[in-house]
Ligand binder design. Structure first.
Ligand SMILES: Nc1nc2c(ncn2[C@@H]2O[C@H](COP(=O)(O)OP(=O)(O)O)[C@@H](O)[C@H]2O)c(=O)[nH]1
Ligand SMILES: [Mg+2]
Length: 285
């Protein structure tokens, strides 16, 4: 399949804006997708974060299965803060607030000793569509930051008051190039890359291949797939099951791809984590 590359110009600007605001921040909230934790951590952001404390948030945990827990353990084993959560659930507000409070405890104690009541600032960073704006809205208790289930909804960089914290919602940023196309595919499946630049036929076929390997039962249950030997055969089975047949009797692949990818993104196939923490023990967070 064609190589996936996506680095629109506004991301360069976003990264520059973030770098300029970094020194104002006490820490960073790095939002990832629990279905693809490695694909959704942008290593390039580490340079921007500098030495600031980072809270890694494995968001969309409601769509992920237990494999995602391996990444929480892995990240914590490297001495970093990590939390897995569903930020569409109001109870997550307390969980995140507790983590941010723990991260700033020492600084707060020092400020209080001097009689200061300090507000701590966090930059909310990550690749597109991981739920950054949703987290900012959850913590602020207001629908201030615009959200949307596609890449590139947030364009500007601004501060929002969230209780004892000030949060900076930022636009999603990608690494300038994907050296690992397998991980790039994961980004395509979850909707972090603009669909307009993707060949959805390719994406559907690749997704079927990965699901057949890791979650074959999901394909059987939803589409009646029993033969996993060929991607195209599975693709046709999806079209057949959904009744996507054109007038001449040909399969309507376009609608099949849309349906499959939509089912995947909305969690209708079942809970999923595409990556395995065991494969990434040496990864530097
Ligand atoms: N299921 C689920 N959806 C979420 C979660 N967090 C965000 N979303 C959805 O993901 C989409 C992208 O969210 P948004 O906050 O705009 O992402 P951003 O691009 O990182 O700012 C929206 O449709 C959100 O409703 C979550 O924890 N679980
Ligand atoms: Mg946003």
């Amino acid at each position: 399949m064609k190589n996936i590359q996506w680095f629109p110009g506004h991301m360069t600007k976003a990264m520059r804006d973030m770098e300029a605001k970094r020194d104002l921040c006490d820490g960073v909230i790095c939002v990832m997708d629990a279905r693809a934790p490695i694909a959704t951590v942008n290593k390039n952001l580490n340079k921007i974060f500098g030495g600031k404390p980072v809270l890694y948030v494995l968001n969309k945990s409601d769509l992920a299965d237990g494999k995602a827990d391996g990444f929480v353990k892995l990240i914590e084993s490297k001495g970093k803060y990590c939390v897995k959560c569903d930020s569409t659930n109001i109870s997550t507000k307390r969980l995140l607030t507790q983590k941010l409070t723990a991260m700033t405890e020492e600084k707060r104690a020092r400020a209080e000793a001097k009689g200061l009541n300090k507000t701590f600032r966090f930059m909310v960073a990550g690749i597109p569509n991981t739920g950054k704006s949703t987290i900012v809205n959850l913590l602020s208790g207001q629908k201030r930051a615009k959200t949307g289930d596609k890449a590139g909804v947030t364009r500007d960089v601004r501060w929002l008051k969230c209780g004892a914290f000030d949060l900076l919602d930022t636009p999603g940023t990608m690494p300038p190039s994907f050296d690992n196309q397998n991980l790039a595919k994961h980004l395509a499946y979850i909707g972090s890359i603009n669909d307009d630049i993707l060949d959805m036929d390719d994406i559907a076929l690749e997704l079927l291949g990965e699901l057949a390997e890791q979650y074959p039962a999901y394909l059987t249950e939803r589409y009646g797939v029993t033969d996993f030997s060929e991607k195209l055969g599975m693709y046709e089975q999806v079209c057949e099951r959904r009744g996507f047949i054109l007038r001449g009797g040909e399969f309507d692949y376009e609608r099949g791809a849309k349906a499959l990818i939509d089912d995947f993104r909305k969690g209708r196939l079942g809970k999923i984590c595409l990556e395995n923490a065991n494969d990434y023990q040496d990864w530097e967070f």
